[in-house]
Design a protein. Structure first.
Length: 62
């Protein structure tokens, strides 16, 4: 299953990825995006596509 990884140094805390995720995988924690429901990630990549900072990558995990 895919899992979003947030580069905290690049994340501006804008929340666009949080609002974009259809599965509520991400939340803002201490003004940074953080995956909180990773098991619900379907790999749609909307968070990566919409992040203006390019701070999100998805990795495939078993």
């Amino acid at each position: 299953m895919p899992r979003p990884i947030i580069n905290e140094d690049e994340c501006s805390g804008c929340g666009i990825c949080v609002d974009t995720c259809p599965d509520s995988v991400l939340e803002l924690v201490d003004d940074k995006a953080e995956p909180v429901n990773e098991d619900d990630c379907t790999g749609c990549a909307s968070c990566m596509e919409e992040c203006p900072m390019g701070a999100i990558v998805e990795v495939e995990e078993d």
